[in-house]
Structures are given as structure tokens and as C-alpha cells.
Design a protein around this ligand. Structure first.
Ligand code: GLA
Length: 465
């Protein structure tokens, strides 16, 4: 897929995060050309990598994501006629300006306190896959949030012109959707709510409290789940809104509390790189939801609404065995689970439970609670690789190129490697010493010419530039 921020070195093709001020100034002049007026500002939200915790955010598990320096930039200016005009500069998505009349997506929208899927907002155009739905959904969700939170109440007639550009590969499993949602959310808050209007751009970064960021992340989740119809669990929006530079967030999805943990101990002498396979994934295409439904059927059989509750506070492998035995006992006389294959549901269950155990282990390791671990990096590497095997064999969300990349990385001395994100396309995270990268990237080139590398540098949350 064509990407504008490609940097070719002698041994690899990298996607650069770019220089934010340069990207901003370019975007702002393109905005002037497109809309014939000045942008009021530019907002950025990062993509993410995840050390562990895939396909378990919606089961209330723990995830360990970190924000990338790569992300999505939104330049915007307010309107007073309830119109939202949107264009992206990403060549693979750009089809000119999309216009939505916001008063037409209003009446069917549910109230924040009574989300009822049967009352979901009407989609403004026929194409639910169009990128602009994520942006429209965010404005709808902010309007809903404003009903209960006065500081986020949008001005009557609020609308906006926006222009988007991203340094993330679209559909690359690095959370390009959430980066778009969160950057747009920042723009709308800044331009249309009391909190934004009372605080000049730079001050808004400081004015947003941690609780505000948590609320805005939750609103972006509503946009994606209720408006776009993708089954996100909140991992991506949380890291985009609440990341801390230099840290991995230990995110407990039972209550969405976060604990920033130092990642320096892993990266001493090592690098994390994200390998974009060039095979784009789509969350709204059904396979993601299908895997999730298998695991939910297993949870249902076990009598849990959240699979995390099937394990004790500090789970170990033996606890997983115990739950699987219980599942086998309950499923013994059944032919299917809600019409789903019992062995498949069991594999999804095993992925979710073992992934939860890996997350807890990582959390304890990185928070310094696991004394006596001498080789932190190699232990983290082993957890990454075990996570991949589980994505491949139990969650069954991996694919040929991703498996080949993991194998190749390990054969070239990587400490660990795994598929990250929702799967069925996307990126592999590799932990490796810098000296090994040239030979490894040459080997990647032999797997596919579409592979792109991104340096994973733990970066900051969504902000105004
Ligand atoms: C996507 C979803 C997230 C999460 C991951 C898999 O990125 O948006 O909520 O479920 O897949 O871990």
C-alpha cells in the first residue's frame, strides 16, 4: 500500500514518524487550499503497539500497550451550521470531501445512560466502512457525553471542516482507527465544548484531567462500537488518550485503571520494531467478531459475563487448566455452544486465559514485583513469542506472512516476536538487538516486498500541537 512517509535505507523500508511541526505546517497549508480558510489548529493522536493482551480487553483482561511516535494528525476549523466536512490526504482512502449533516444523525441517537443497540444512530451514508464514519461517530459520541458532562457540551449548531493525514499504515494493526478517532475527538473538544473554548490550544493539553481523558477514550469506544459497528474493547482508545512517554501502560480492563510502567529495563541494548506485513486488516468484516463470539459462548457456559472473573487475582497456569477442565465437564453432553463448534470455543477460551496469565506475569515483571528475574528482556521475549503461538493456534487470528515473520525474526536472534492487534492482517512486534536488524530486514524483504518497519518508541498521548 502506498504510504507517503516511506524512508528507504540500504537494507529496509521504514515508515518514519516524521517531524510533527513540519507535518503540521504542511497540513495547515493544505487545509487552506482545500477549504479556503485557515485551520484553527492541529491535533495528534498516536497509534499503538501491545506487548501482551490481545483479544482480551473485551473480557476484562489486562493489556500492556504503548503509544507510538507515529499517529494521525487532524487540522480543523469550526462551523456553525451542523455540517461536518472531512477529507483525508491518505492516498489509499482519499475520495474527496465527505459531508455529513449532523442534525440528521441526532434523533435516533441513544442517551449516554441507556445505550440500546436497537436505537443506534442512523448512519449518514450507505457505506459503513468509509473512514469518515469514525469521525462522524466521534462527534456523535461527544454530543452524547455532553448530555451528562457540562464541560463537554457541544455548542448548538457545532460542525467542523477537517483534514486528516497519518503516518500509520492504514489497517496495519497499529490502531490507525483509534488514532483517527482520538485526534478528531481532541479537535472537537477544543473547538466546540466549554472546556476547549475556555482554554487556548496548548493549555487544553494541561486542562484535560486524567478523568477527562478516560471519559473521552470511553466516548471514542462508543463511537466505534455503537456507531461504526466494530467490536473494539477499548484497548486502542485508552492508550491513544492516556499514554505516557517512555512508558508501557498496564491497563486493567476490569475498570480501565492504568499504571504506567517503565520499559527501560527491556530496551537496554534492544529495540522494539513493528513489522507491517502490508496485509491490511478490517475489524468490521466479521472474523474479529466471530472469534470474540466463540470466547463469549465459552464464558457463558462457564457462567461468567467477563472471562477475567474465571481466574483468581494472581492467575497461574494451573488455574487455566482448572477452568478448561470445568469447560470440558460442562460441554461433555453438548453438541454445540450457541450453534458454535465446541473445540473452537475451547481454543478461544484457552487463548484468552493464557493471554491473561501472560499479561499478569508481564505486569509483575515490569512493575518490579517479580524479584529474582535476571534476564528481563529474554523473559519478555519469551512471553511475546508464546503470545504469538496462542494467537496462531488458539485464537486463530494469525496468517501466513505474520507466522513467517515471527519464525524469521526468531531465527535471526530476536528475543521474541508476536502478531499484535486484532489479527487477520496487520503487524508483528519484534524485540531484537539493533545489530541484528540489517540482516533481519534483508530476510523480511525476501518474504514480501510490502513489508515496512516502524521504530517503536514509547510516546505521548493525544494532544494539541
Ligand atoms: C482491535 C480492537 C481492540 C482489541 C484488539 C485485539 O485493535 O480494537 O479493542 O480487541 O483488536 O487485542
Amino acid at each position: 500500500m502506498a504510504q507517503w512517509n516511506i524512508v528507504r535505507t540500504s537494507d529496509a523500508v521504514w515508515l518514519a514518524p516524521g517531524e510533527p511541526r513540519e507535518i503540521e505546517s504542511d497540513l495547515v497549508s493544505r487545509f487552506q487550499e482545500e477549504y479556503g480558510r485557515a485551520a484553527s489548529g492541529t491535533w495528534f493522536a498516536p497509534g499503538r503497539a501491545n506487548l501482551n493482551g490481545e483479544h482480551i480487553d473485551f473480557h476484562a483482561g489486562r493489556c500492556l500497550p504503548l503509544a507510538l511516535a507515529h499517529g494521525t494528525y487532524v487540522a480543523a476549523a469550526p462551523r456553525t451550521d451542523s455540517q461536518l466536512r472531512m477529507r483525508t490526504l491518505d492516498a489509499s482512502l482519499d475520495d474527496g470531501v465527505s459531508t455529513v449533516a449532523l442534525d440528521q444523525i441526532g434523533p435516533a441517537a441513544p442517551h449516554a445512560e441507556s445505550p440500546d443497540p436497537s436505537e443506534v444512530a442512523e448512519l449518514p451514508t450507505g457505506d459503513a466502512e468509509h473512514w469518515s464514519h469514525y469521525v462522524t461517530g466521534v462527534l456523535w459520541a461527544l454530543r452524547e457525553l455532553g448530555r451528562t458532562q457540562p464541560e463537554f457540551q457541544l455548542e448548538a449548531g457545532f460542525g467542523a471542516d477537517i483534514l486528516v493525514i497519518s503516518t500509520l499504515p492504514i489497517g496495519g494493526g497499529l490502531s490507525s482507527s483509534a488514532a483517527l478517532e482520538c485526534a478528531a475527538m481532541m479537535a472537537f473538544v477544543a473547538l466546540g465544548t466549554p472546556l476547549g473554548l475556555q482554554n487556548p490550544l496548548q493549555d487544553l493539553n494541561a486542562a484535560l484531567t486524567r478523568e477527562n481523558r478516560k471519559q473521552l477514550a470511553a466516548a471514542c469506544v462508543r463511537a466505534e462500537v455503537e456507531f461504526v459497528g466494530a467490536g473494539t474493547g477499548g484497548l486502542d482508545q485508552t492508550i491513544a488518550m492516556r499514554a505516557r512517554p517512555g512508558k508501557v501502560l498496564s491497563l486493567d480492563c476490569r475498570d480501565f485503571t492504568v499504571q504506567p510502567l517503565d520499559i527501560g529495563c527491556i530496551l537496554r541494548g534492544y529495540r522494539l520494531i513493528a513489522v507491517d506485513t502490508g496485509e491490511a486488516h478490517r475489524l468490521a468484516d466479521g472474523k474479529f467478531g466471530d472469534r470474540r463470539a466463540d470466547a463469549e459462548a465459552a464464558a457463558h457456559l462457564l457462567g461468567f459475563t467477563r472471562l477475567r472473573d474465571a481466574l483468581p487475582e494472581k492467575p497461574r497456569k494451573a488455574d487455566v487448566t482448572h477452568v478448561l477442565e470445568e469447560f470440558d465437564r460442562l460441554a461433555e453432553q453438548l453438541e454445540s455452544l450457541d450453534g458454535r463448534s465446541i473445540p473452537a470455543c475451547r481454543r478461544r477460551l484457552r487463548h484468552a486465559l493464557t493471554e491473561m496469565v501472560r499479561s499478569e506475569k508481564l505486569h509483575h515483571l515490569l512493575s518490579g514485583e517479580a524479584y529474582g528475574v535476571r534476564h528481563v528482556t529474554s523473559t519478555v521475549g519469551d512471553i511475546l513469542t508464546a503470545g504469538h503461538m496462542s494467537m496462531r493456534d488458539d485464537a486463530e487470528v494469525s496468517f501466513e506472512v505474520a507466522d513467517l515473520i515471527v519464525e524469521t525474526a526468531l531465527a535471526h536472534g530476536a528475543e521474541g516476536a508476536r502478531l499484535i492487534g486484532g489479527g487477520f492482517g496487520g503487524s508483528v512486534l519484534v524485540l531484537i538487538s539493533p545489530a541484528a536488524i540489517p540482516r533481519l530486514s534483508a530476510a523480511f524483504e525476501r518474504i514480501s516486498r510490502n513489508i515496512r518497519l516502524l521504530d517503536v518508541v514509547p510516546s505521548a498521548a493525544a494532544h494539541a500541537l
